[in-house]
Design a protein around this ligand. Structure first.
Ligand code: ZN
Length: 264
């Protein structure tokens, strides 16, 4: 009778072990953090973190031994098999808000971190024509040290990639890239999908979508998903990012960075 009991316990333990092993990436992982705006007056919302929050979060990453990387490091890892540093973390900022230069960048230098900013030409043009001061302008982009900040694409005018045909998608990549090139702004072959949207459910449409990105010369595509990415990346065109909301607590941040949402 005792043996049966022990056997059942052993089998249950084994099942639990297998479940945990397959539900969490066991080996090295890449964390990609997604931010938008940065405030200095204490404003916190789902798109806005304060400079104090950023400092606390980035100091935590440093204490935990995470190494900031640039888009180009990840591109080289994917295309040439180049090794990434231990515990790599990629900090990304979407839409190119002005405060990324005025508030985030000084902190980046102060704490010796690195980041990538996903740009939208229509928002940059807004600064040339009207200069409402909401988004970065070309001078800001040229002022940031390329060893610390790199740029990626975030569509031409922030339209959802889920709603575009494949032809429209490839045209959008070309148009976005051509505009940045014409302004002399260097960028990496990386694209963050506006709203994190892409054809997620239909596997055929999803495959056609990532194939179109690859044919268009894109090495890395970024969605949201809120999970860690096992290394080496299995799906470099569907990299998952952790949504860092300014209205979440520091404990929420730590939990998300440790495990992603999968095991929260
Ligand atoms: Zn966006």
């Amino acid at each position: 009778m005792m043996y049966w009991y022990l056997l059942i316990v052993a089998v249950l333990a084994l099942i639990t072990f297998i479940f945990v092993a397959i539900s969490r990436p066991a080996g090295p992982c890449l964390r990609v953090l997604m931010y938008h705006k940065v405030s200095e007056d204490g404003t916190r919302d789902y798109l806005t973190v304060t400079t104090d929050q950023l400092a606390e979060q980035w100091r935590y990453l440093q204490q935990e031994g995470f190494t900031p990387i640039l888009f180009s490091d990840l591109v080289r890892a994917v295309s040439a098999g180049k090794a990434l540093p231990p515990r790599p973390v990629l900090l990304t900022f979407d839409d190119g808000y002005k405060d990324n230069f005025t508030r985030m960048y000084p902190l980046l230098e102060q704490l010796n971190m690195k980041a990538g900013i996903f740009l939208v030409p229509a928002f940059l043009q807004q600064q040339i024509n009207e200069s409402d001061g909401l988004y970065l302008d070309l001078q800001d982009l040229r002022s940031m040290n390329p060893a610390r900040v790199e740029y990626g694409l975030h569509s031409y005018s922030h339209q959802s990639y889920k709603k575009l045909t494949l032809k429209e998608l490839s045209n959008d990549i070309v148009q976005t890239r051509d505009w940045l090139k014409a302004q002399g702004i260097s960028f990496q072959p990386c694209v963050a999908f506006p709203y994190g949207a892409y054809p997620k459910k239909n596997p055929f449409k999803r495959k056609a979508f990532t194939d179109t990105l690859a044919i268009s010369g894109i090495a890395l595509g970024f969605r949201i998903g809120n999970r860690l990415n096992a290394l080496p990346l299995k799906k470099p065109l569907l990299v998952q990012r952790l949504d860092i909301r300014g209205d979440a607590s520091f404990e929420d941040f730590v939990r998300l960075v440790k495990k992603g949402k999968a095991l929260v």
